[in-house]
Design a protein. Structure first.
Length: 733
């Protein structure tokens, strides 16, 4: 797997020298980068980072980051993404993108050379953009720990100055909220927001909390903050902006919202595109990495040329619109020259000329006297597309046969999947096809411990596998075709339960379990026992007030309507209790009727339909997504219904694209493979045609006949479908 002599050449690169790493396909490039970083570290790296890799785009950067986590978890990997907006846009980069950029720059600015391997992953677009000056990143940091004397007002001023946004409740990165002596904020680089509890000028505690429930999840011993924005609004920077703006664009017109907002100390949407006016001494990412080796993606230089052309085109369009006055009702957009915020083509070329550069290509190259070529001996693996297209072939049999052939060549084999769920599914299917000796591996180093007849099963998202003289990686996508990977976020709970008063806004209607409908007025500190105590202030009919301690906030729930003019209950009155009693009685009546219907159903018998093992795993493996938690729960519940031997009574609800069709496909599979017929009834002929294609594709190669019946089906064909339904030859219509 490693090429020590070849990668020693990377470690020996001097500034201005370059070489080409040939035979390095996607996937294997993570191994090559990791081994190069180790070799450079052993040689005594003198830069804050050991190796810089410039990927062609953000998707490739993310794939390499995931690959390095599997290949070399001991190597520290820093990510520096580009802005997720277009050049000369009216909006700036998103908060998570800015947070990651600033976290990485801060880490680089404060890191001194060491012998631990460290890789910086970035993109062409990020490298071509000028960066925040290193001096600012070294100075603009804020650190605190419990027990320290900290001026809360000073912290708030720092947050405002460095791009944090004040909100009612902290949910996303870059937000902060104030309530009494508590400051909530979501800093860059942390997985969850934190809650700072002050007593006077003393920081008593720093606690992590869940942004959804607002409940505390743990204690923090210290906090290091970095700016959320690349633009700092201080008296000095605002003055500098005003002077530079006038010098660049001339006199300010009557309506110039950008100039007005900055002059008043307010953040203007997209102000980052005028960053050079705030900080005239912008640098580049190369200023942060010293003489580190720069590895260029195979298509990085072509992508750089296209990006520089795109920047010039966007600038020309903005400048032309400004000159012609064709801005419509929008505020005039005054663009800076391209080389103010981006590198010029000559600066990009000069930066590469000064750095030690290793160019990466997946191709094997012939010897060339004009450049130094190091061949790493890897090649792209086999794709099973022909077997997938051949109805008489079984792609899993072919994959197992190929794996055994690789093992016969004394290669260690890894089967790489996109997720834990797909790894488990693929392992089950391959085991059904007699690949029994398979072991989960969490890192590439674990593969060395496998016996010769064992296969490693890894979570390693690859678009295609690869082979080296002693290692072969078979990707899930090689076997099953394109996988449509969805980023998984936190599961949001559909609950009206209020976990924290900070999730309420003044004026919201709430329901107290004992006192009924009230209006939330806000939080108020009430002195109890000589100490302030935070309470939720609730207003009832007649102006009566109830102060509910925040620790009893679970007694409240949101009022289930958007109607803000609803009648408030009278505090201490009997109306709320009477309504509760009437509603309880109605619920009992409804429950009784539902129980009677359920009892009648429970007395009925129905066939027990369970999907056959083995072939069902192959069928679900064809689903190109990883099931969401809710989708998997719906599938499991539906299949449990079919296997219960009772009439099914289930409704699956979900928005467009949420996966309802897949639930229907799994149910249809269980029924059809048990010799029963399935009718899928849809409201339109277009949907009937779409589902017919989907069902036909998914059931291809299985002993299931799928037919379509609608008014767009020819009379002769429709007659055959009806005959097939009557004689049982059509399984799904």
């Amino acid at each position: 797997m490693k090429q020590p002599s070849a990668l020693a050449a990377v470690a020996e690169l001097k500034p201005g020298a370059n070489l080409t790493l040939a035979s390095t396909p996607d996937g294997f490039d993570a191994i090559a980068l990791a081994d190069s970083a180790r070799a450079i570290a052993r040689a005594g790296a003198s830069s804050p980072v050991t190796l810089v890799h410039v990927a062609r785009d953000g998707q490739r950067m993310a794939a390499l980051e995931a690959g390095l986590a599997f290949v070399a978890p001991e190597i520290e990997t820093l990510g520096y993404p580009a802005w997720d907006c277009q050049p000369y846009d009216r909006v700036g980069p998103s908060a998570p993108t800015s947070a990651r950029r600033m976290t990485t720059l801060s880490r680089l600015a404060r890191t001194r050379p060491g012998d631990r391997p460290r890789v910086l992953l970035t993109t062409v677009n990020a490298v071509l953009q000028r960066a925040t000056p290193r001096g600012r990143m070294e100075a603009e940091t804020f650190s605190a720990a419990p027990g320290h004397s900290v001026d809360m007002d000073h912290v708030v001023q720092w947050l405002e100055r460095n791009g944090f946004m004040r909100t009612g409740a902290v949910r996303d990165v870059g937000e902060y909220a104030l309530r009494g002596g508590i400051l909530d904020l979501y800093p860059a680089g942390l997985p969850t927001p934190v809650r700072l509890d002050f007593f006077g000028d003393t920081l008593e505690s720093i606690r992590a909390f869940d942004p959804e429930t607002q409940r505390t999840t743990g204690q923090q011993r210290a906090l290091d903050l970095v700016p959320m924005s690349e633009v700092t609004l201080t008296t000095e920077s605002i003055k500098r902006f005003r002077q530079a703006y006038l010098a660049t664009f001339g006199a300010v017109t009557k309506s110039d919202p950008l100039y007005e907002a900055i002059s008043e100390g307010r953040r203007y949407p997209g102000l980052e595109h005028w960053l050079p006016l705030f900080a005239p001494d912008l640098g580049t990412i190369f200023d942060y990495v010293g003489e580190a080796v720069v590895a260029l993606d195979a298509h990085a230089e072509d992508a750089a040329g296209e990006r520089l052309s795109q920047i010039a085109d966007y600038h020309e369009a903005r400048a032309s619109a400004l000159a012609q006055g064709s801005v419509g009702s929008a505020a005039p957009y005054k663009p800076l020259a391209p080389d103010a915020l981006y590198l010029s083509p000559s600066e990009w070329a000069a930066s590469l000329a000064k750095a030690p550069v290793a160019r990466v290509t997946s191709f094997a190259l012939p010897p060339d006297s004009s450049r130094r070529i190091v061949d790493l001996g890897a090649r792209q693996g086999r794709s099973f597309a022909p077997e997938r297209a051949d109805e008489s072939a079984n792609v899993f049999d072919a994959a197992v046969a190929h794996i055994r052939a690789l093992q016969a060549q004394k290669k260690r084999v890894i089967v790489a999947s996109w997720s834990d769920g797909s790894r488990e599914r693929l392992a089950t299917v391959l085991a059904d096809h007699e690949l029994s000796r398979a072991t989960n591996v969490a890192a590439l180093s674990h593969v060395q411990a496998l016996r010769g007849d064992e296969v490693g099963l890894a979570v390693w998202g690859l678009e295609a596998g690869f082979e080296t003289p002693d290692l072969a990686v078979v990707a899930e996508q090689d076997i099953l075709g394109d996988r449509l990977v969805r980023a998984k976020g936190k599961k949001r709970r559909a609950s009206d339960f209020i976990a924290e008063a900070t999730s309420l806004m003044a004026g919201d209607l709430v329901v107290h379990v004992d006192h009924g409908i009230a209006r939330f007025l806000g939080l108020k500190a009430i002195e109890v026992g000589g100490a302030p105590h935070d309470c939720a202030e609730l207003e009832y009919a007649g102006g009566d007030k109830l102060f509910l301690p925040v620790e009893n906030i679970e007694l409240l729930s949101r009022y289930g309507s958007d109607e803000t003019a609803a009648a408030l209950d009278r505090l201490g009155g009997g109306g709320w209790q009477a309504r509760k009693a009437r509603l309880k009685e109605r619920i009992r009546e409804m429950a009784g009727k539902l129980m009677a219907i359920a009892a009648q159903r429970a007395m009925k018998e129905a066939p027990r339909l369970t999907p056959p093992d083995g072939i069902y795993d192959e069928f679900r493996a064809r689903f190109p997504y990883e099931e969401t938690d809710d989708q998997q729960a719906s599938i499991d519940a539906t299949l449990d219904d079919l296997a219960a031997g009772k009439p099914m009574d289930r409704l699956i609800c979900g928005d467009v694209g949420f996966g309802k069709t897949e639930v229907a496909l799994r149910a249809a599979f269980a029924v059809a493979l048990n010799g029963r017929q399935v009718a899928v009834v849809v409201p339109t002929t277009l949907l009937a045609r779409q589902h017919f294609k989907t069902f036909s594709d998914r059931f291809r190669g299985l002993p299931v006949r799928v037919a379509q019946a609608s008014r767009f089906v020819a009379s002769a064909d429709l007659k055959k479908v009806k005959e097939g339904l009557a004689d049982g030859s059509v399984d799904i219509v």
